[in-house]
Ligand binder design. Sequence first.
Ligand SMILES: Nc1ncnc2c1ncn2[C@@H]1O[C@H](COP(=O)(O)OP(=O)(O)OP(=O)(O)O)[C@@H](O)[C@H]1O
Length: 692
Amino acid sequence: MGDEDWEAEIIKPHMSSYVPVFEKERYSSGANGDTFNRTPASSSEMDDGPSRRDHFMRSGFASGKSLGNRDAGESSKRENTSTMGGFGVGKSFGNRGFSNNKFEEGDSSGFWRQSSNDCEDNQTRNRGFSKRGDSEYEQDEGMQRAGGLFGSRRPTLSGAGNGDTYQSRSGSGSGRGGYKGLNEEVITGSGKNSWKSEAEGGESGDTQGPKVTYIPPPPPEDEDSIFAHYQTGINFDKYDTILVEVSGHDAPPAILTFEEANLCQTLNNNIAKAGYTKLTPVQKYSIPIILAGRDLMACAQTGSGKTAAFLLPILAHMMRDGITASRFKDLQEPECIIVAPTRELINQIYLEARKFSFGTCVRAVVIYGGTQLGHSIRQIVQGCNILCATPGRLMDIIGKEKIGLRQVKYLVLDEADRMLDMGFGPEMRKLISCPGMPSKEQRQTLMFSATFPEEIQKLAGEFLKSDYLFVAVGQVGGACRDVQQTILQVGQYSKREKLVEILRNIGDERTMVFVETKKKADFIATFLCQEKISTTSIHGDREQREREQALGDFRCGKCPVLVATSVAARGLDIENVQHVINFDLPSTIDEYVHRIGRTGRCGNTGRAISFFDPESDNHLAQPLVKVLSDAQQDVPAWLEEIAFSTYVPGFSGSARGNVFASVDTRKGKNTLNTAGFSSSQAPNPVDDESWD
Ligand SMILES: Nc1ncnc2c1ncn2[C@@H]1O[C@H](COP(=O)(O)OP(=O)(O)OP(=O)(O)O)[C@@H](O)[C@H]1O
């Protein structure tokens, strides 16, 4: 069933019973909000096209509606949170008073770790949208009603006082993620592969399009929040048994303890405050390599501490060598630039950088799309030693001559395979050829990911010194063994029913549900809300404020279900995600590995359930069998059969062209990948139709 089919399915039969979420919130009379009237607002929204209709509307439930196998107590628990959840409660804007370009108060941003109490707090504070008028926004520079957060695309909503109402924004402008490619980021242009910097697309006003005015709330500054962390899991010590292979010449020996790294006292204090007592394998090997000044490509399983593996040695060097950037210089020249494919991920990396540099003179700054450009500039001019950036915003800022590259000593590509593929590769190449950027011989370039296809490794050579080292922790591209993987054969038409059944069994445990398109994310999220399962969603068509809100609501447990596109597949480190459900399997096995890696992190266990639709997923059967067996998971007989019957010699079936790049490609041109297929026989990567 294609997009259109399911869209039609939800719109037509239920049309008369749908009401916008926020209207339900306002007009519902009973505790369960079951009875409410149609509202005037809905009609204008309904003219806005089918996808909008989906997102603004919500069915009215009869009180006695059957909730499947869940008991009443459970359902009302869900329901309570559901009505306050990501789809449309009057929240999120109420606490935002802009004053002199500053937030008076933060909201429940998706980025900051919060206790449940914080979340409760925010729920209360946030539910005040309708109390304040639009005039508050006029105080912000460039925050015009017509073109700001509440630009012309959402007049009814903003007027109605709803903060986070579910809606689709395909094709619209301000603040949208500009989803690009499998994971993200910032294209404001029209189509895939047509990269346009934000400057071109709307933020700087070079072309038409509303101005992006969102200013993310600052993260909490107190030490407890900065060092908040979750516990390592029961399998953390099992990391020690993972095989590690280092290739390249003269690799320095691994270290076994933090003490051996010989870091300065402040760093050691910060490491202790972060709750790190023991190195993970990727840290044991990468830290000495980076300290020795070598370039590195490191591949290690999801959730195994790659971020600290590059941050700690970089910080150690910066502390040793001193830093040059000074406050309030118009042109800031950071020593380190870190890029990552999504806004949420780069912000997470920034928070890690801020944590480890706490109490030092090193200042980390984060800039990313979907936020006000002026805000990014203001952050930078206050001093910037480590610049964490998404590619689009980085290039814009460089173009505006707010960042000079002459002092760059460290260039880090997190999710490096993604940063180098056809989505971001061109931008990364532009970055390294920017005037002032030291040549690869003069800088240290570090690449990290859980997956590294061969063809991408080859592209990486352009960025790395020829003597770079390659660290492979475990099976390169392999899934984390702490994730229990289940593959269910579920046809397209049965997926929703199955999803609800699973979620009801799961109860309130945090679950990420991955779907292939943004529209479908909206659709499934709306559907789950109808089923009274408290759900929010994140995808590239949601405004940045909404994305952050959604992540915040998910993080704090207010919405225990997060429906996401691949924008959330990589890197996100969210405490207590116990389940990942692939409602739709991704088009590549690498993507699968990243998605299921949102659970089972840092030695904790997790579960991943994937719906395999034989109509559309057969190409994944072989690589899935491989991933499952490598991770010592049960392989269903039916999957093996499909894998066998779709076997094509020399072609693994993965859209990426091979199952894994299992080794350092420098080991030989004809190196076989783990599936035994030569990547040279692989087809071209598919045109990324699934990019949404
Ligand atoms: N040595 C350590 N001791 C305790 N916790 C750690 C250690 N190293 C990392 N962590 C924690 O483990 C979690 C996962 O780390 P991180 O996000 O860096 O994983 P990753 O390998 O980059 O994952 P992904 O491939 O999904 O991006 C984080 O919460 C981090 O703070």
